[in-house]
Design a binder for this molecule. Structure first.
Ligand code: GLV
Length: 326
């Protein structure tokens, strides 16, 4: 009998077709957002679940689904997984690293440019019919080329952004990370390791690419915002909760910080109401990896993990490989 797999959100038809060749599939192509209870009841009796970052896999669902063997996340971030609880229950967790690195780095760079050069604000102005003349200081923003970029979180995506900045835009790149990169990687990225304090007080643009965890919660709060240059910009493409959005809205409103670009939000898809009122923030709906090619590669990798594990006991990108029996 084919193993049973739940696909918890809408996916590409090609992904469903691939999964159906190996599994009995229950899908959610209407893209209902299930409550945790609904997810639990649908996952009961399944051997695999295809998740996205919005489905929480924790002890409650694991207890309700003793037949579950693998949850494959279509995301590189996996803060929706309680990996220790999954490991304790022998459930494999997988994510989708590498396939989205360059696409996400492109977006981080684009969001920094849009923020520094006030692209969203000026576009809204034009669409609203307010443009009646050229002016010497109209939407004058902050320089990108030749300025200093501070990257917090120097994993694969952070390194991709550093290379674009240093090699393409002649930026000086400084970074802060839990562990320092090897000399070879630092030299490939032309990046200098500094303390978080030095990064915040020196950078013209701060980019957040750090994974979310209890430790990285509110990496940027009122105190950190207070130590940045008033002319600086802040970009978050990592996860909501890494920035204290209420404190950020205050800093942007008071002029303590020039501008911000946010692709992720605390409690998304809700956005802090004060951010919505501000002109000096560019807001995008968690789309940093969203190109068709990359989203298809992410879906394929998540599906391939389900197929490899449930048909051959193998995994391609496991987060807790210790549960795989040799
Ligand atoms: C998107 O946010 C991801 O983690 O892939």
């Amino acid at each position: 009998m084919k193993p049973k797999v739940l696909v918890a959100r809408a996916v590409f038809p090609e992904t469903l077709e691939l999964l159906r060749a190996h599994f009995h599939v229950v899908s959610n192509q209407d893209d209902h957002i299930w409550t945790p209870e609904e997810l639990r009841s649908r996952a009961a009796g399944m051997q695999g679940v295809f998740t996205t970052g919005s489905e929480r896999i924790d002890a409650a669902i694991l207890d309700a689904c003793p037949e579950l063997r693998i949850c494959a996340n279509m995301a590189v971030g996996f803060n929706n997984f309680d990996v220790p609880a999954m490991t304790a229950k022998g459930v494999l967790a997988t994510n989708t690293p590498d396939v989205l690195t360059e696409t996400t780095a492109d977006f981080g760079f684009a969001l920094m440019m849009a923020t520094a050069r006030r692209m969203a604000e000026s576009e809204h102005f034009l669409r609203a019919g307010h443009w009646d003349r050229w002016r010497f200081d109209m939407f004058a923003g902050t320089e990108v080329h030749g300025s200093t970029l501070g990257i917090i979180g120097m994993g694969r995506i952070g390194q991709g952004i550093a290379k674009r900045a240093a090699h393409g835009f002649g930026m000086r790149v400084i970074y802060h990370n839990r562990s320092r990169l090897s000399a070879d990687l630092e030299s490939a990225c032309k990046a200098t390791y500094v303390s978080k304090e030095e990064l915040l007080s020196t950078a013209d643009h701060v980019m957040l690419v750090v994974p979310y965890s209890a430790e990285s919660h509110h990496t940027i709060g009122a105190k950190e915002l207070g130590s940045m240059k008033p002319s600086a910009t802040l970009v978050n493409i990592a996860r909501g909760g890494i920035v204290d959005d209420a404190a950020l809205a205050q800093a942007l409103a008071s002029g303590q910080l020039a501008a911000a670009g946010l692709d992720v939000f605390e409690g998304e898809p809700k956005v802090h109401p004060s951010l919505l009122k501000l002109k000096n923030v560019v807001l995008t709906p968690h789309i940093a990896s969203a190109t068709i090619k990359t989203r298809m590669a992410m879906a394929q990798l998540a599906a391939d993990n389900l197929i490899a594990y449930l048909t051959q006991g193998k995994a391609i990108t496991p987060l807790n490989p210790q549960v795989i029996k040799s």
